[in-house]
Design a protein around this ligand. Structure first.
Ligand code: HEC
Ligand code: HEC
Ligand code: HEC
Ligand code: HEC
Ligand code: HEC
Ligand code: HEC
Ligand code: HEC
Ligand code: HEC
Length: 421
């Protein structure tokens, strides 16, 4: 063997050892204590057992971008910071995974998600500050004022624990505080093993939670021109397109994600869907958000990838008018309720009298729906599921208020009298 080939062999071997060391040093500690990632991938030990036990899990993973990029089972399943370790057939895994198991490789996205209402405010909508640390509360309040620092929802005591766990939490746990100190879960939109943007871009994914009479977004979308076009042309769209280069050539019909999250034609992608919203539409009486103008400009920029300014401005002008009119109607109904409390006709905790429900349905179903319908192309929801209900329940409230007062031996107010001649 010549000196030259020995020299090359020694240099190559040294370079390999050095690069192996450098790569390993960059890996999380829990990983280096175990068989290396390469070993797991090469042996496929996890997959070997689990393909027999739960074929679906392994198959979904095999089809994922993770499998293609060499992210293996243990990369996600190893215990992250602050997670309980569990011995498992020669490996150490965590039995319960959180957003903490994704952030190690997707830190930037985790941070954006933390700013959003899908994080702590979702959880606080049910339980208030309970379960959140003071740091988590003040962090979230910087981005979503009033979203986290608030009392538990009255339904927590009125309906009881099992209704919360199997009902509210199934949707609101997207922002649950985890034992490891992180918040929320990424798998509601990406699933555990497909980890796919295609899935997250589908309206049906958002519709797991964004449905029903109190937030009818999927129903509105399905009847809108956008939803109709999506149903007709879904197969022509490139739902798999890389988020960094997504263009209107891939998505020429918008889904929920396109308007609220995607970066079309070079716009900024976001994991904070508040970024493009101008109003607090879910509130009984809607007010403008702190960055309303900036946010609405961002949404209009999305529309303008497919539409001209006159169409966009018309939608916004008309929808702003629906918000103003709905606010006026809800405020009038609220005045009736406030008067009943003031003169002592209504007593007791929230939701202890039938009239509480009439008022709640008025703003929580009909009011919200009319506003959401106006912005997202749902005429039926502005009218028959919205304004019609607002009118009908206003008449009902006035009559019920008068009957309640009569039963309490109080004189009817002029307003209530007019509604019930
Ligand atoms: C020798 C077969 C075998 C191997 C290898 C194996 N598993 Fe398992 N795994 C099982 C069985 C059986 C169960 C059912 C529960 C149990 O016995 O722990 C299970 C359960 C699990 C669970 C559910 C645990 C829980 O507490 O809910 C996860 C997650 C899991 N395995 C992941 C992995 C990962 C990741 C690997 C590779 C690092 C792996 N498994 C390797 C057989 C195996
Ligand atoms: C992208 C991250 C990721 C990868 C890669 C991954 N998993 Fe998982 N896996 C999860 C998450 C998240 C859960 C849900 C854990 C929980 O309930 O806390 C999970 C759950 C499971 C479960 C329990 C499923 C159930 O429904 O009871 C098994 C078994 C499992 N994984 C095995 C595997 C195996 C085997 C591989 C590799 C072939 C793998 N996982 C790769 C993230 C991942
Ligand atoms: C060990 C690092 C690692 C971990 C842990 C990890 N990912 Fe990934 N993820 C990657 C890499 C690498 C890619 C491919 C990036 C690319 O192609 O640009 C990726 C891509 C993705 C994509 C885009 C897939 C597509 O269709 O283009 C999603 C979504 C995703 N990851 C979600 C998750 C979620 C959710 C978790 C936790 C349950 C997770 N990841 C955990 C490294 C990781
Ligand atoms: C089907 C899924 C689902 C269920 C079940 C559910 N929610 Fe929600 N909730 C949502 C969605 C989606 C929104 C966002 C509505 C919007 O912005 O238009 C929301 C909004 C809210 C809001 C207003 C936003 C805020 O932060 O103030 C409150 C409060 C709330 N939910 C509390 C609850 C409570 C309490 C329960 C159980 C009694 C519950 N939700 C059950 C999905 C759900
Ligand atoms: C509300 C649903 C939702 C949640 C929750 C969510 N994502 Fe996403 N994610 C999406 C959508 C939608 C896209 C695709 C955006 C687009 O169209 O370009 C995406 C894209 C991604 C991508 C690909 C980004 C790229 O540039 O290639 C990664 C990685 C990812 N998400 C990781 C995460 C992680 C990690 C979490 C948790 C911290 C998370 N996601 C939580 C909906 C969600
Ligand atoms: C697991 C349930 C769940 C899924 C899936 C989900 N969301 Fe949400 N979303 C919620 C809840 C709960 C809220 C209300 C949070 C709050 O304000 O308390 C919410 C709020 C929102 C808001 C209002 C934010 C604000 O600032 O008022 C938007 C916009 C939104 N989601 C868009 C989406 C889109 C787009 C998708 C699909 C890519 C999606 N969501 C998927 C549960 C979900
Ligand atoms: C064509 C674009 C577009 C599509 C598609 C779209 N939205 Fe919206 N969405 C909007 C606009 C515009 C608003 C109101 C913006 C504002 O407040 O300034 C809005 C408002 C919302 C809100 C209300 C937040 C609050 O203040 O209470 C939620 C939640 C929401 N959308 C979720 C969804 C979901 C889920 C889907 C799919 C089923 C969807 N959107 C489809 C444009 C869209
Ligand atoms: C990715 C492209 C895309 C985006 C983004 C988009 N739209 Fe559309 N929109 C369409 C398509 C396609 C149609 C159907 C056009 C047709 O009838 O030929 C449509 C139809 C409409 C219509 C019905 C027009 C009519 O008279 O039938 C309205 C209103 C509308 N969009 C408003 C908006 C608003 C407001 C936004 C932003 C909040 C928006 N769109 C975002 C693609 C888009």
């Amino acid at each position: 063997m010549s000196f030259r080939s020995v020299f090359i062999a020694v240099t190559l071997a040294f370079a390999l050892i050095l690069s192996g060391f450098l790569i390993n040093r960059a890996r999380p500690k829990a990983d280096t204590e175990q068989p290396t990632a390469d070993f797991v991938r090469a042996s496929g030990k996890c997959a070997e057992c689990h393909a027999r036990l739960q074929y679906s899990v392994v198959h979904e993973y095999e089809m994922s971008a993770h499998a293609k990029k060499g992210v293996n089972c243990l990369d996600c399943h190893q215990p992250g910071q602050g997670q309980e370790k569990k011995d498992h057939h020669g490996f150490v895994i965590s039995a319960h995974l959180t957003a903490g198991n994704c952030r190690s490789c997707h830190e930037g996205i985790y941070q954006e998600f933390l700013h959003s209402r899908h994080a702590a405010p979702s959880w606080a909508a049910i339980y208030g500050e309970k379960g959140l640390t003071p740091q988590q509360v003040s962090f979230s309040e910087q981005f979503q004022p009033g979203g986290t620092r608030r009392p538990p929802h009255p339904f927590v005591t009125a309906e009881g624990g099992s209704a919360m766990v199997s009902g509210c939490e199934q949707c609101h746990a997207v922002g649950k505080p985890n034992d490891d100190g992180t918040i929320g879960s990424c798998t509601n939109c990406h699933s555990r093993h497909t980890s796919s943007v295609e899935l997250a871009r589908r309206p049906s994914t958002c519709a797991q939670c964004h449905m029903g009479p109190d937030h009818s977004q999927i129903e509105i979308y399905d009847e809108s021109k956008h939803g109709v076009m999506f149903a007709a042309q879904e197969k022509l769209l490139n739902l798999k397109a890389d988020p960094k280069t997504l263009s209107t050539r891939d998505m020429f019909v918008p889904t929920c994600a396109t308007c609220h999250m995607s970066g079309l034609n070079g716009l900024k992608v976001t994991h904070d869907p508040s970024d493009r919203l101008g109003w607090y539409l879910a509130d009984a009486v809607s007010t403008r958000r702190p960055n309303a103008l900036r946010n609405q400009a961002a949404m209009k920029q999305v529309c303008s990838q497919c539409h001209t300014a006159p169409l966009i401005d018309r939608v916004y002008t008309q929808a702003d008018q629906v918000v103003a009119s709905t606010n006026a109607k809800v405020l009038a109904a609220k005045a009736i309720m406030d008067d009943l409390h003031k003169d002592g006709t209504l007593k007791g905790p929230p939701f202890s009298n039938p009239i509480d429900f009439t008022y709640f349905d008025l703003w929580h179903y009909d009011g919200r729906t009319s506003k959401h319908g106006a912005f997202m192309g749902g005429a039926d929801f502005v009218q028959w599921h919205g304004n019609y209900g607002l009118l009908q329940k206003t008449v009902q409230l006035k009559q019920d208020a008068e009957v309640l007062r009569a039963a309490n031996g109080k004189a009817a107010t002029g307003d209530a009298h007019a509604a019930h001649p």
